[in-house]
Structure formats: structure tokens, C-alpha cells
Design a protein around this ligand. Structure first.
Ligand code: ADP
Length: 298
């Protein structure tokens, strides 16, 4: 049986009259890379703050590693919030050390681990810089180190790639994948679904304070397949029989849907007879497409 590192049961959180989480249930399998996806205002940050015990839910339960979530579990969780405050006047090394010690790490171990991570990310020469000298991306790298330094079982990243250029985003992404390989459970929270969809293996879609959809990404993608094929032809004057529907055409690039009782082979056979085919593949819906459809169908 799969073990859950975190279960959130029937969580309700209101701010005044506004319901930010309306009976939300989330189950996160140990070792998974879990995408918490949804538009701005959906309730993602509220849920992450509750998991990190920064705020308390009005009702509902949280089970962490098999037991009710308790204060000390914070030592087993790493959270990189989107709003990342570092003290501007402090030196980078000094600040990182302070934050590592706040997590309960002894001085020597904190120094050793920080040096390891700073060197791994090639930022050792920032140690004596003031935080205010760092760019947004640089500060985010330091924050990343401080988030993972105590080797937590569960890591929660809010919009992790937003402040990075593509090269540094790739570096951080690889580090996160490495942590995952070593058994750490990862939660990504983002409104930019395309930024994490290929690295997550489980997702929950949140909209308007409610979970709309949840499960293994492969299953969800499979459930939302709609028999549509993306086809490129040499020519741009395709005419098809009634068995197929052309949903969209951009020049010689077509989106074609199979009608009932027809298969990809039927479509190929018909195309081969009259057309020169450049490419042919099933159009798998993106997480964005799935989200839009799931919200509409509710
Ligand atoms: P997300 O992270 O998905 O963008 P949030 O959890 O930040 O969503 O917010 C969910 C809703 O709750 C939003 O409508 C937001 O305006 C509201 N909200 C969040 N924090 C507070 C707060 N401290 N007081 C009042 N309303 C809040």
C-alpha cells in the first residue's frame, strides 16, 4: 500500500465572510512530486500556510507521516513561500546561518551544510555579500538553500521558478529532482500550470476554495483524452469524410477529432490515400486545457 506523508481532511478556512478553503481534501503520497495547481486566489497559499502551521484551519484535520500534525513536525517540513523576506542589511552567510539555526540545527552542522550547498550551487563567493546586493534570483537561490538545509521529509515550494532566469530555473529544478530521487516528497504550488506539469506525478487542481480534481497525472491526462490528433500535411486543402471532424486548421496543421467508432488507423488510412503526411500524433490535453474543462464541467 502507498504511504501518505500528508493527508488534509475536510479543511475549512474563512477570512471574515470569505471562504478561502471549503472542505478541501488532499492526499499526498510519500515520495511523490505533487502539483498544487490553481488560479490566483484559489486558496493554495492558505493551504500551505495551514500545513506549515503558520495559520490554523477553522475545521478539519491534518495527518503528517501517520499522526496528527504537531508543532515539532515543522522540523521535517521545508517551505519556500512566494513572499521571501531576507534582512537586507545582513550578510548572506550570517543570515543563512541564522535561518538554519532557527530550524534547530547545531552551529557546526549548519555551517558545514551551508558550505556544502553554497559550493554545490556555486555561490560560495556570496557568503560575505550583503543581502541587498543580491538580485531577486540570487536571493531566491539563498532561500532555496535555507529551505532544504535541514533535510526535510516534505518540501513545499510556492511558485519556485518565478524569479529565476532559465539557466538558474533549470539548476534549481535539477536539485529538486535530486532531492526527490533521494526520497523527499515535493509539493509545488503554482498558477502557471505549464511550469511544473511535466515534473509532477500527482496533482490537485484547486479552484474557488475547492478541490476540482486530484490524482496521478497520467490517469488524469488519460481521462481527459478526447480522441484528437494533431496532423501536419504537405498541402493545406484537406477534405475529410464525415467520420472525422476538423476542429482547427492553421495552414497545413490540423487538429482532427475522431467521431464515434473510428480509430486513429481509420484516420491514417484516409489521409494516406489522398495526402502527404508530415507528422501525426495524438493531442494530449495540457494541464491548462484539463483545468478549463474540469471547472466548466463542475
Ligand atoms: P492562492 O495562493 O491560490 O492565490 P490564497 O490562499 O492566497 O490563494 O487566497 C485565497 C483567497 O483568500 C483570496 O481570495 C484572498 O484574497 C483571500 N485571502 C488570503 N489571505 C487573506 C487574509 N489574510 N485576509 C483576508 N483574505 C485573505
Amino acid at each position: 500500500m502507498q504511504k501518505h506523508i500528508l493527508i488534509a481532511k475536510d479543511i475549512v478556512k474563512k477570512y471574515g465572510n470569505h471562504t478561502a478553503l471549503n472542505h478541501v481534501n488532499i492526499e499526498i503520497i510519500e515520495g511523490s512530486i505533487f502539483g498544487l495547481l490553481g488560479p490566483n486566489g484559489a486558496g493554495k497559499t492558505t493551504l500551505m500556510r495551514i500545513i506549515n502551521q503558520i495559520i490554523a484551519p477553522d475545521s478539519g484535520r491534518l495527518i503528517f507521516d501517520g499522526n496528527p500534525l504537531k508543532r515539532e513536525d515543522i522540523a521535517k517540513i521545508g517551505y519556500l513561500p512566494e513572499e521571501r523576506g531576507l534582512y537586507k542589511k545582513m550578510k548572506v552567510g550570517e543570515q543563512a546561518l541564522y535561518l538554519a539555526k532557527l530550524k534547530g540545527m547545531p552551529h557546526h552542522e549548519a555551517i558545514e551544510k551551508l558550505k556544502y550547498w553554497f559550493s554545490r550551487l556555486d555561490i560560495l563567493d556570496w557568503w560575505h555579500k550583503k543581502v541587498e546586493e543580491l538580485s531577486k534570483g540570487m536571493a531566491q537561490k539563498v532561500q532555496f538553500v535555507v529551505t532544504v538545509i535541514h533535510n526535510p521529509k516534505l518540501l513545499i515550494f510556492d511558485e519556485p521558478f518565478s524569479g529565476f532566469d532559465p539557466i538558474n530555473a533549470a539548476i534549481i529544478r535539477n536539485e529538486i529532482l535530486e532531492l526527490s530521487k533521494n526520497g523527499t516528497t515535493i509539493i509545488f504550488s503554482t498558477h502557471r500550470m505549464e511550469s511544473v506539469e511535466e515534473i509532477c506525478n500527482h496533482i490537485a487542481l484547486i479552484n474557488n476554495a475547492e478541490t476540482v480534481l486530484q490524482g496521478p497525472i497520467e490517469k488524469i491526462k488519460n481521462d481527459f483524452r478526447n480522441n484528437t490528433f494533431s496532423v501536419k500535411l504537405k498541402a493545406d486543402n484537406l477534405i475529410l469524410s464525415n467520420n472525422f471532424k476538423i476542429l482547427d486548421q492553421q495552414g497545413n496543421h490540423y487538429q482532427i477529432q475522431l467521431k464515434e467508432n473510428t480509430t486513429a488507423n481509420d484516420l491514417l488510412n484516409e489521409l494516406i490515400k489522398n495526402e502527404e503526411i508530415i507528422s501525426f500524433e495524438e493531442k494530449i490535453p495540457s494541464m491548462e486545457d484539463i483545468f478549463i474543462k474540469a471547472v466548466k464541467d463542475e
